[in-house]
Design a protein around this ligand. Structure first.
Ligand SMILES: [Zn+2]
Length: 228
């Protein structure tokens, strides 16, 4: 009991210390994972061509690649339920890329909350249950220079997100992707035909080079936030 009291007191002092010295960060932003490990994350945004999802998943399965998908809410339709569920069943990850691809950097607090929550609602309507996501990706990457302690970052946190996944490789050209990718890279692609073609070129090459292709949460070692 005495030990418990001592620990509680220590925690209080730590909290006072943190708040007294400087404001806390509301979020953490990442542009890559560790450069020490031969692991990369391939992330696929927007999904204006959601009909292609099953073909993306086929290619990923062939090369033992776990994808991270960042659809915007308005591109998630109940008719594609089986494919979104298949993605989760096969170990891929979903993240929040806003509902309508709005530039969040220019949005009000309430608009930021609505954009992220409405995307969650669209996904829930399609899957038939609430699916918690670990990361946000800002549309256009806009907001990346607002820092982690601003009112902007606070709004992202209030929407339920602590981790923002950006990228360090942004190209649809397979050769350029292969040239720029290194340990820890986060590769940005989009859910459309030409990116599917690039994926078909890069996955066998990455596999042959010995890269492990993991989800963003695996790459960044993000654990799901504890439920309140
Ligand atoms: Zn986007």
């Amino acid at each position: 009991m005495r030990r418990l009291l001592a620990i509680s007191l220590l925690c209080c002092l730590l909290v006072i210390h943190v708040h007294g010295e400087e404001r806390p960060s509301y979020i953490t932003q990442y542009t890559s994972g560790s450069r020490d490990d031969k692991r990369i994350a391939i992330t696929i945004d927007d999904w204006f061509e959601p009909d292609l999802l099953d073909e993306f998943l086929d290619v990923a399965a062939e090369y033992d690649c776990k994808l991270t998908l960042y659809p915007i809410g308005i591109n998630i339709f109940p008719r594609d339920k089986d494919n979104w569920q298949r993605a989760l069943d096969e170990g891929h990850e979903l993240g929040n890329h806003s509902n309508t691809h709005k530039n969040l950097d220019e949005a009000s607090r309430s608009s930021i909350l609505a954009q992220l929550n409405n995307m969650e609602d669209r996904l829930e309507k399609t899957l038939g249950y609430r699916h918690e996501m670990n990361t946000v990706r800002y549309p256009y990457g806009a907001g990346r220079y607002r820092g982690t302690k601003s009112s902007f970052a606070k709004a992202i946190h209030e929407a339920g997100y602590e981790h923002v996944a950006l990228w360090d490789v942004d190209s649809t050209d397979a050769r350029e992707i292969l040239r720029k990718t290194q340990n820890g890279s986060i590769i940005l692609l989009h859910g459309r035909k030409k990116d599917l073609l690039a994926l078909k070129v890069i996955l066998p090459k990455f596999q042959a080079q010995g890269y492990e292709m993991v989800t963003i949460s695996d790459l960044l070692d993000i654990k799901p936030a504890p439920k309140d």
